[in-house]
Design a protein around this ligand. Sequence first.
Ligand SMILES: Cc1ncc(COP(=O)(O)O)c(C=O)c1O
Length: 400
Amino acid sequence: MSDLFSKFDPIIELRETLLESGQTDPFNLVMERVESPTVAICNGKRTILLGTYNYMGMTFDPDVVAAGKQALDDYGSGTTGSRVLNGTYAGHKACEEALKDFYGMDHAMVFSTGYQANLGIISTIAGKDDYIILDIDSHASIYDGCALGNAQIVPFRHNDIEALDKRLKRLPPEAGKLVVLEGVYSMLGDIAPLKEMVAVSKGAGAMVLVDEAHSMGFIGEHGRGVAEAQGVLDDVDFVIGTFSKSVGTVGGFCVSNHPKFEILRLVCRPYVFTASLPPSVVATAATSIRKLMDSADKRAHLWENSKRLHAGLRQLGFTLGTDEPQSAIIAVIMPDLEKGAAMWEALLNEGLYVNLARPPATPAGMTLLRCSLCALHSEEQVGEILGMFAAAGRATGCIS
Ligand SMILES: Cc1ncc(COP(=O)(O)O)c(C=O)c1O
């Protein structure tokens, strides 16, 4: 019998080598208690959270928590069913209404995760003779959506408008085409030139899907994302998003003005063949989304935090993923996995949690310490964070 697990030997060996050196496992941290969107207890120690994507700090919002508790009391702990059978409650419709109001769009469809939203929408709308043209640095859920469907996949160089244009021009003019872009690319925290890319795509007769997972709630005047900020939201056919970042719970969605959009509820397998979100989750999501419409002050403070952290890390001598802060993600580039893991552990010992990211999640084989800021980080906390980076950076030799 051949062992089906032998294909994992290289990663098992890499992990063992890392842990044998005494390194704490960076992918197995337990949050013993979570006190707020910005502080948790890890290994018995107060730890500032700088790697949670909790951009707008909604997880402990009193209205959000109260809505969840009320829904638990009124509707129980789960639906035990698909959206197309017994799994659509009043709360799921209210959540979809909140999304339609948030984006000013005609249709909204809530999925159980953002991963499933990409999986479902991409695999369903791009069929056998169609083409999906996507940025090579797209999220795993976008690639998996492509793999689940039957369309031809055409990748282009990250954020390269000309490369997108060239790919589109090489395709048969009459073929169905879906261009898939992200507002913010979560590894380096850079944004897409959506204005130009949407124009090029529309010029070639393609439909456009934009995943705004890391921009919803924060970027754009009303927090609708990079498409709003760049003035092209009306030209985007499908916006995908998640509740697991700014919204502060779990779930995913797609909003659209396409007149036939509602048919997707019957033909999209990752929507039909899975249980719907629990009532408490959709109640927290709907409350959070409505509050996010009215959060301009928090958006402004989050921009301040992002600029302060970016400038401070740069001044300390770290190499960052972008020259200027473009989102609430600041990526610190590490020379290799060993140094990255050592720095991650040194930061944890200082009392700071960030994400360690490595291939295949990262582009160009990079090891990154990804920092995601929260609107509820205070100016003092950002100062504390910079002090911890300075101490850990010097202790590990990452900076002098
Ligand atoms: C760009 C992007 N799309 C989709 C997702 C999936 O979101 P969810 O956590 O809701 O599955 C993520 C999550 O990290 C993401 O970064």
